[in-house]
Design a protein around this ligand. Sequence first.
Ligand code: PEP
Length: 254
Amino acid sequence: MNKKLIIGNWKMNMNESDSYTFFDEIKKNNNHFVHEFAIIPPAPLIISIKKYLKKNNINNWVKIGIQNFYPKDKGAFTGEISIKMFEDNTLDYLLVGHSERRLFFNENNQFAIEKALYALKNSNAKIVFIFGETLEQRKKGNLENIIKEFLEKLISEITFEDLERFIFAYEPIWSIGTGKIPTIKEIEEIFLIIKEILKSKFKGKDVNISKLIYGGSVNEVNYKLFLNSNLIDGLLIGGVALESHKFISILKNE
Ligand code: PEP
């Protein structure tokens, strides 16, 4: 199996000591990892986790990202987090457009795109642009429109070289945390639509420099279904990323 990218999003879970225990397990098992990975902890833990990783000499290969940020360097934005608060290159991945941000904090495609464009200019991190449909939208069958809605606008603002910084994460909203998953064929259809849109914008260029990953109810049993597809470059994992033994089993491709 090719090396894939596995991203664990801890959401608003874990505290400092839970996270140290998690990374101790990662360190013990890393010789057997088949896949590359990143962890996206809650923002207030990032600096102490970074120090812990350094102390344990695992800072070079454990990648860390942030779940949310505000697209400004600094200023009067009470409660918000700027990526400039982190030392240069501290953040390897930036999540943008997660359905929980959209649902609970009214973030829309326009704001997600603003964040992505800000991140392109103001960091070296990879941008994980998340999108997906509700059950209602799925029933109406307008998945192509949902993709076009963000992708055409986003790519009208970026160069081909920028594309390498993007990871497009398809997360059907009805699948997140529900145990329900789409078929591989359905995911592949979505990814082929994305590739077609990218190809028509960046004519003659190899659009595979951006990654396409899947998220939604991935677990330590079903993950291989997804990773066996040549079109799926990796996974975005919520619940199962909180349990080190399950997450590690996926990284080992057991
Ligand atoms: C998520 O929220 O990004 C996610 C994929 O969650 P889960 O794996 O728990 O469905």
